[in-house]
Ligand binder design. Sequence first.
Ligand code: SF4
Ligand SMILES: [Zn+2]
Length: 343
Amino acid sequence: MPKQLEKIMTNIRKTNLPTKNDPKKPVAVWKDKARNNDRPINCLNIILRTTGCSWGRESGCTMCGYIYDSTEKTTVKDLKKQFDIAINKHEEQTKYIKIFTSGSFLDDEELPQEAREYILQKTSKTGVEILGVESRPEFITKDKIKKAREYIPEFEVGLGIESTDNQVLNETINKNSSYKEYKTAIQKIHDAGGKVKAYLMLKPPLLTEKEAINDTIRSIKTVAKENVDKISINPCNVQRGTLVEQLYNKKQYRPPWLWSLLEILKQTNDQPTNIISDPVGGGKERGAHNCGECDTHILNTINHYSLHQEKKYLDKPECDCKTKWKTTLENEAKSHRIYTGCK
Ligand code: SF4
Ligand SMILES: [Zn+2]
C-alpha cells in the first residue's frame, strides 16, 4: 500500500509541477491574531516562495498541494528580496512572525544558510517575541535551533506530524516519516531551547469521519505527552493536484464536518497544552464544513477557542444538521474506500 500511494502521488506531481511562479515575490503576506504564552497577540504571516518541500516535489503527502506555490529555482538574492517585501508590512504592535515556505525552513537546499541568517537577523530587529517556522524532521538539528535562538527570544518549529499512528501516516497520507522521527525531532528542538507546534491532520483520505475523529483525539493525547508547546488541528481541505482532489471529484471524499472538530476540542480540553485550529477553507465545499447555515457561527466559536481556550462556548452551537452528522458517524460505510489495508 505505501508504495502504491507513493507511485500515485509521483504521477500526480509529474503532470502538475509549476514552472512560471515568480521567485522574486512572496506567495502571500497577511496579518491576524494568534495565541502565544497564554494570550492572543498580533501576528504577521509570510509565505516565501522557495523550491518547496523536497518530499512534495518528489511524491508527497496525499492532501498537500503547497508544492504548486513553489518555483523551480531561487537564488539567495531572490529569497532576501522576498523577505524584504514581506517584512516591510511589520508594525510595532506585531509580536509574532510566522514564516511558511510550503516546505522546510531548516532545509539548506530550500533555504540556504545565508538566506536563513539574513531572515533571522532582520526579524530580530523588529522586536518580536516569537518567530514560528515549519520543517520536516530530517532537517532539524540542535545547532540550527541554537543559531536561531541567538537572534529571537522564542523560536518555534511547526512539525506536520499529522497523526501518531504510523499506519495512518503510511497508508493514507504517504508522509514518508514515522512518528518516531517526529518524537526525536521534538526532543532535539526542546534540548536546544526551541518550542514545538505540532500540526495534526483531521480526516486524511480513506478514513471514515468517526475513524478520523478517533485518530485525532488519540494523536492529541500522545503528542501532549511530549510536552509540545501547542497543538494545531488542521482539518483536511481539498487542494489542487492531490489524491484528495481526485477522490473528492469521484465523490469518495468529503472534508470533515465542523461538528467533528468541535467534538475533538471538547474531548481534549483537559490536555496540558493549548489546542488551536484555523481551518483553511472552513465553511466552503472544499474545506471543513457543515450545512452552510451554521458554519460561520461554528468557525467563530473555534476561532475564539483558539485564541482564548475557553471551553464554555464549545457546547453552544446547535443546528438541525447535527443529526445528519451523528447519523454519518454511526452509519458511514467503509465500502467507499478504494484501497484495502487501511484500518
Ligand atoms: S504536507 Fe508537508 S511534508 Fe507533506 S508534501 Fe506537504 S509540505 Fe511536504
Ligand atoms: Zn448546520
